[in-house]
Design a protein around this ligand. Structure first.
Ligand code: BGC
Ligand code: BGC
Length: 646
């Protein structure tokens, strides 16, 4: 009969000890094998350290020769390490940077140092750079951020208008200056790489990234994009030469992003972002390639490949577009970097995805997480002949060329320089000018704006009136931005209005709950708009004013003789039913930290000169709108591209 007691004895006594011993020994052997394997796999200890006068270390030698010299000294593992772009919070041990020879680090949106200050950034980056220089060949890392509208990761930096506002200025010189100022603020904190400008041309305002773009017009986008590339890359402070570049620029997202079809998002949380671009090759070239051609001609040394698909293929897997068209037809000599985790969106598992992307022409992979597995997979693929070593050499050559062009190898003793430029007066002034130049006047019944001297009593209301966080939008200290009036050094639109109003009385209430018994104000200014959002989180079926904002405008109308509505948004909003009851309407986009620029124009210190960078749809059924202005349902848009009253 079954005896529980007897059964117990089976699993006790000397035999279990023996089993345990065998298991433990097994574990020890496995751990040892892993450690020894890892040592041999990544060890460079036996390789010589090149002499101090090695050609690649000579700052006066031609870049092409330095690249070849360095490349000839690199092991396969060291080369593949250079192809890895890692999010800084994914670095397990700082020593890994040298051990794996990692090529570049980034701060994803909101990935800040422990102390989110200029010094905090500088110390963090210098520390990472120092760690990279501990490698055998002492190759410095690139450090990248998304400077989408200034060095907006750092509280206290100048936050310029988002690109859509710059698009509305249409001003090539101004955009180049904005980029140059941004580059100085980046450089002051040790950042040498920015994932900008965005050259996508949006056809559908339901997309959450419209504000990251200049325009739906490829020509305007190309001209402003090229200016932005020049601004970031070309600045020659003392001690540098005109053959070097200042901050590495990355036009993105190659190619067809902006033309994705509503509902095609590959990410289940999104609707259109990261979706499929359903156009033929002629359209792809005419609409989406042109801005990249301009940016490449302007000297861009890296380009980011998008997360969207063309046909069934993710861009990062499309050899024809990345290798034949970008590097071949356009003659791009820089490196192609994939977007966030984008390579792993290619089907077939991590190994196959990396092989496909690198063979398609991706030179650097924004992993951004597991570098060890990536390096192992790619080493294995080369050993198996699935990736030719020549492809790896080509990728690394491109990356090294950018690093030498930036002068990264030649930095002697790094010091905190130009920190007074971050959020400094000159840059804020420039941002304020850019804001003023970006405002588009959509309606102006009886010339209510600019406000005349006779306007003695103004009432201000609305969710974006006293909210620097909202007027700055996303990619401001946090990836998704921070709603609220908090940004250090920033000026809200209300503060700007108060300042410009002189002796006129300015009353403010968020919801326009003013006493209705008192006299009507001469003018009510409603500053309304969107809550910050980034990427697919901003995809929305109905881009329109919130009910709260609509009610605020209605209340303000009751207590003001005229109503001026200032729309703070990342895209045109559907206002067809509301605009007839407003006296004036102004599109202010996402102006950033210098809200005073809005008041400068409302009060006539500066003229309205912005023009719509994209058509303003009358209704959702018009979407998408083609680059030639053709709406989906054939009806006319509310305002065409380039519209803007004077
Ligand atoms: C975005 C890029 C950005 C990158 C790094 C991605 O999700 O698509 O535009 O440069 O993240 O933050
Ligand atoms: C990062 C962003 C990135 C995004 C992509 C976020 O966690 O902070 O930089 O663009 O992920 O999904």
């Amino acid at each position: 009969m079954f005896s529980f007691q007897k059964d117990q004895s089976l699993i006790s006594g000397p035999s279990i000890k023996a089993w345990l011993f065998v298991m433990l020994a097994g574990i020890v052997v496995v751990v040892l094998c892993v450690l020894v394997g890892k040592y041999f796999f990544f060890s460079k200890k036996t390789l010589p350290v090149p002499p101090m006068d090695a050609l690649y270390r000579q700052s006066t030698a031609p870049i092409a020769e330095r690249v070849e010299d360095l490349l000839s000294r690199m092991t396969l593992e060291e080369k593949i390490g250079q192809m890895a772009l890692v999010e800084k919070n994914s670095v397990v041990e700082k020593s890994d940077i040298a051990e794996y020879g990692i090529g570049a680090l980034l701060s994803g949106g909101g990935a800040k140092p422990a102390q989110n200050t200029i010094e905090g950034w500088y110390t963090m980056i210098i520390d990472f750079v120092g760690a990279s220089r501990q490698s055998r060949l002492s190759i410095p890392i690139l450090y990248g951020v998304d400077a989408n509208h200034g060095h907006s990761n750092v509280p206290g930096a100048t936050v310029f208008p988002h690109f859509i506002g710059l698009g509305a200025t249409g001003d090539v010189e101004l955009v180049e200056e904005v980029a140059r100022a941004t580059a100085r603020e980046l450089k002051a904190t040790g950042v040498n790489w920015s994932y900008s400008p965005t050259l996508d041309t949006p056809q559908d305002i339901r997309w959450g990234r419209v504000y990251e773009t200049f325009s739906d017009d490829p020509k305007l986008t190309g001209a402003l994009g090229a200016a932005y590339v020049r601004g970031l890359q070309k600045e020659y402070p003392e001690g540098t030469s005109s053959s070097s570049i200042f901050v590495l620029s990355t036009p993105k997202h190659y190619i067809g992003a902006g033309g994705m079809q509503w509902g095609s998002a590959s990410n289940e949380n999104f609707r259109i972002d990261q979706g499929t671009t359903p156009v033929d090759e002629t359209m792809l070239r005419e609409t989406y390639l042109l801005p990249f051609r301009e940016a490449v001609d302007a000297g861009a040394l890296s380009v980011m490949v998008g997360l969207n698909s063309w046909g069934d293929t993710k861009l990062a897997a499309n050899k024809y577009l990345v290798t034949d068209v970008l590097k071949g037809d356009l003659g791009f000599k820089g490196f192609a970097v994939s977007d966030w985790y984008g390579v792993y969106e290619i089907p077939g598992g991590d190994y196959r995805a990396a092989v496909t992307a690198i063979n398609a022409g991706i030179d650097m992979v924004m992993l951004p997480f597991d570098y060890e597995a990536f390096i192992k997979n790619v080493v294995r693929a080369v050993r198996k002949g699935e990736i030719a070593e020549g492809r790896i050499d080509d990728a690394v050559r491109r990356i090294l060329r950018a690093k030498f062009s930036l002068g990264l190898f030649d930095v002697k003793d790094a010091k905190l320089l130009m920190s007074d430029m971050v959020g400094g007066e000159a840059h804020r002034q420039l941002a304020r000018e850019a804001v003023a130049a970006s405002l588009v006047l959509l309606k102006n019944k009886d010339s209510v704006v600019p406000l005349s001297q006779g306007v003695r009593h103004i009432r201000v209301a609305g969710s974006a009136a006293d909210n620097v966080g909202r007027q700055s939008g996303a990619w401001t200290v946090e990836w998704q931005g921070i709603d609220g009036n908090w940004l250090p050094g920033g000026t809200s639109i209300l503060a700007g209005i108060r300042n410009s109003a002189g002796s006129a009385e300015v009353e403010y209430d968020l919801e326009a709950r003013f006493s209705s018994s008192s006299k009507k104000a001469h003018v009510g200014i409603a500053v309304v708009g969107e809550v910050p959002y980034a990427e697919g989180w901003g995809d929305t079926e109905n881009p329109e004013l919130s009910t709260a904002d609509k009610e605020t405008i209605a209340r303000l109308k009751e207590v003001s003789e005229k109503v001026v509505v200032v729309i703070v948004s990342g895209r045109p909003l559907i206002i067809t039913d509301e605009i007839p009851s407003w006296d004036a309407a102004v599109a202010a986009w996402l102006p950033g930290s210098e809200g005073a620029g809005v008041a400068d124009v409302l009060f006539g210190d500066k003229a309205f000169r912005g023009k719509l960078p994209l058509p303003w749809p009358a209704r959702i059924s018009q979407l998408p709108i083609s680059p030639s202005g053709k709406t989906q349902d054939g009806s006319v848009s509310l305002f065409p591209r380039s519209f803007g009253l004077k």
